[in-house]
Design a protein around this ligand. Structure first.
Ligand code: NAP
Ligand code: MG
Length: 498
């Protein structure tokens, strides 16, 4: 059971200890240079840990260890049913350690403890269980060739796989990659974000306990420009699976091209359009749900419905409701189970988010609510939920990903203009349309160029449904059985039986 009082979480926060060394070849080790970087909590600036800062030498060690493990078959050659049992052990251990893991996420990146206990950690355990359950139930194929041959079509693991992940759902974004990659028999190297490395190191400890053999799972904390880059450029990494910004996703394509043409999966940024039409009968419900999704996780969501496109006739009612909901998301102490909005990940990010308020003013948007920094006395990074009104789609706040609790209302004349504005973006991750007209719902969802469309809802979630984007939101899909394709090669074997 998770504690339900602030004082209980405070007490646990006072006694929790963290793993801070890198995890290579089944052991916690200092980085080769013995350098570290400091982790400060965005809750109040408290010093959490000094964490191993891995560079190229550590990357080489981890890749060599992962390669040895892959080649000798200690994991890759195990029967799927055996890998299943081990990953189920891991899921069980994650549930057993849920309070510590949830607290680590909250201290490290500032999200409300209610969210890390109810959403992040259960979803991580569920993800490992889901791929564990799936892996001994997927079959290979035999092609319908002439009688004289037997053509086998089989999936084989890629080999050594790296996962480079962001900080907004630190362990969950990692799990979406680790679970299918491990289930299919790969050896994996995880590089967490330097802003949220602690839960990944705890996971390494649980992985040993679960029975994942040495070398099969490695964790390299470090800086993106060193550790992430070295993995991207490594000649012996077969696949690199990245979640993060579009700019860094492009860098990984260059690294791949300049090195060994390693396979890539890129889950990148978004500027998701959310269309509320007058043909939806409950305007308030649509606006309430939209605001809840925009402010969830401090708006630090790749799928944040940050562009709310609304028909003129219902504009005022929508904005009024958004402002009401914003009040329910007043930032509070993330360790308090009643808090619905926590701290932004760090000082640098909070400053960047607040610069969008200045830009909104300069370009002539209205600020319906929010726009300021709050709780400064805590020493933490708190920004009010913010609604920009009368936004034009060419403004910077409508074009760039803010990744904070800010949403732009863009009024339009009709459905036609709504679709045109929705698609006028370089991104294509999530999108939504609210309407009770069946024909409009189908038409609009077909015309929107995005990997995910929600009709009369937002942010629905199930492991069985693929997740990912079109355009500069990347390629490849996380979650669902489709993700297994990313972590495997397709091999065809012709056998002459004539
Ligand atoms: P980011 O700056 O792109 O960083 C992501 C990861 O890449 C981190 O581990 C980072 O390490 C590393 N990295 C940074 N620069 C690098 C470089 N030059 N070479 C190699 N690796 C590098 O993104 P973020 O700020 O952590 O996360 C926010 C972004 O993630 C947003 O754009 C958001 O939309 C996106 N996101 C997408 C999804 C999705 O599924 N589509 C889900 C969640 C988030 P350091 O942290 O150590 O720099
Ligand atoms: Mg942190």
């Amino acid at each position: 059971m998770a504690p339900n009082m602030l004082k209980d979480w405070e007490r646990l926060a006072g006694t929790i200890s963290f793993r801070t060394d890198a995890f290579i070849d089944g052991a916690f080790v200092k980085s080769a240079s013995e350098r570290t970087f400091a982790s400060l909590s965005p809750i109040d600036g408290r010093h959490l840990a000094d964490i191993a800062c891995c560079d190229e030498e550590d990357v080489n060690r981890a890749v060599n260890s992962a390669r040895r493990a892959f080649e000798d078959g200690r994991w890759s050659a195990r029967a799927p049913v055996e890998r299943k049992k081990t990953l189920q052990n891991l899921a069980r251990l994650i549930r057993k350690n849920a309070n510590e893991l949830a607290l680590t996420e909250t201290l490290d990146m500032g999200k409300p403890i209610a969210d890390s206990t109810a959403i992040d950690i259960p979803a991580v355990a569920n993800c490992f269980d889901w791929y564990a359950e799936a892996i001994d139930k997927v079959y290979d194929e035999i092609a319908p060739t002439a009688q004289s041959a037997l053509a086998l079509i089989a999936r084989e693991p890629l080999g050594v796989v790296a996962a480079v992940v962001p900080w907004n759902f630190p362990l969950l974004m990692a799990a979406w990659k680790l679970a299918p990659a491990l289930a299919t028999g790969n050896s994996v190297i995880l590089k967490p974000s330097e802003r949220s490395s602690l839960s990944a190191l705890h996971l390494a400890e649980l992985a040993i306990e679960a029975g994942i053999p040495a070398g099969v799972f490695n964790v390299l904390p470090g800086l993106g420009s060193q550790t992430g880059r070295a993995l991207g450029l490594h000649m012996d990494v077969d696949g690199l699976f990245f979640t993060g910004s579009t700019a860094v996703g492009k860098a990984f394509m260059e690294y791949s091209a300049r090195s060994n043409l390693k396979k890539l999966g890129l889950e990148l940024g978004g500027k998701s359009p959310n269309i509320i039409l007058a043909s939806y009968r409950d305007t308030k419900h649509a606006a309430r749900t939209s605001a809840g999704s925009a402010f969830f996780n401090q708006g630090e969501m790749c799928t944040c419905p940050s562009r709310l496109i609304v028909e003129n006739s219902i504009h005022d009612e929508v904005v009024e409701t958004l402002v009401e909901v914003a009040r329910d998301f007043a930032p509070g102490n993330p360790l308090d189970p009643k808090t619905t909005m926590g701290a932004l990940v760090d000082e640098h990010h909070a400053t960047g988010v607040l610069e969008f308020v200045e830009s909104a003013k300069d370009e002539g948007a209205d600020i319906a609510t929010g726009g300021t920094r709050v709780r400064t006395e805590t020493g933490g990074c708190y920004v009010q939920p913010t609604v920009f009104d009368n936004v034009k789609n060419h403004m910077k706040i409508a074009r760039q990903e803010i990744f904070g609790p800010m949403l732009s209302v863009i009024p339009v004349e009709n459905v036609e203009e709504a679709v045109q504005v929705a698609n006028d973006t370089c991104y294509g991750l999530a999108s939504a349309v609210w309407t009770d007209d069946l024909t409009t719902a189908h038409n609009v969802s077909k015309r929107i160029r995005a990997g995910m469309v929600y009709v009369n809802c937002y942010d629905c979630d199930d492991m069985s449904v693929p997740f990912g984007g079109y355009k500069q939101s990347g390629f490849g899909r996380d979650k669902s059985l489709h993700a297994l394709e990313k972590y495997t090669e397709l091999k065809t074997t012709w056998i002459n039986i004539s």
